[in-house]
Write a new protein. Structure first.
Length: 202
């Protein structure tokens, strides 16, 4: 029987720690350590709170676990000149502020793996839904990504509140948008966009 050294055993079972990272009020580019209190750029294991104007997709992909944007705070896109960098949110997204393209028209591309709660303004260029489990969408804010696509159609998108979309192009990829989860119907309103390749229930 082969005996592993103790440090090798520990290496097999240890995983990176989950941290809580807050942006400074001055903000800045996502991948700049100076943007974050403590000077650490978020990893995929870190929960992030936006507390100042932060530009994501700033010349490379950005990652976090849960993402929270505080009220009256801004998360902008940084894709310029046809670049296609993403902000990967591997957990849940909660927005009480503003998530949108930059005023200079730098685009924000999001890939979200968890639930989305929006109480603010949510108008990124692209929102891709990547969750392998049901993804829940809730909140009373303005929610209108320009392009919205379900990349895992086997996991339905379920509304927990009414949804009013403006100029959104939604591709369900053969999946399901459920308006009646868990047992109460919600209203879906769409102005100037479309929903394609899927089933709307409720």
């Amino acid at each position: 029987m082969k005996i592993l050294p103790i440090f090798a055993v520990l290496a097999l079972v240890c995983v990176p720690g989950r941290a809580f990272i807050v942006s400074t009020e001055a903000g800045g580019n996502w991948n700049d350590p100076a943007t974050w209190a403590g000077g650490n750029v978020p990893t995929a294991y870190d929960d992030v709170v936006i507390n100042g104007p932060v530009i994501a997709c700033d010349g490379q992909d950005c990652v976090c676990r849960d993402l929270t944007v505080n009220a009256e705070r801004f998360l902008y896109g940084g894709n310029t000149g046809g670049s296609e960098y993403y902000l990967y949110v591997y957990g849940h997204l909660s927005n009480s502020g503003t998530i949108r393209n930059h005023p200079y028209n730098w685009q924000l591309w999001l890939r979200c793996f968890g639930n989305i709660c929006n109480e603010g303004l949510f108008t990124p260029e692209v929102l891709y839904l990547d969750g392998v489990a049901d993804q829940l969408l809730s909140g009373g804010g303005s929610f209108s990504p320009l392009e919205m696509e379900d990349l895992v159609p086997g996991s339905p998108l379920r509304l927990l509140s009414d949804l009013n979309l403006s100029n959104t192009r939604m591709d369900l990829n053969g999946g399901t948008l459920d308006l009646s989860y868990p047992d109460t119907g919600h209203t879906l309103a769409l102005s100037g966009g479309f929903i394609t390749d899927g089933c709307v229930l409720g």
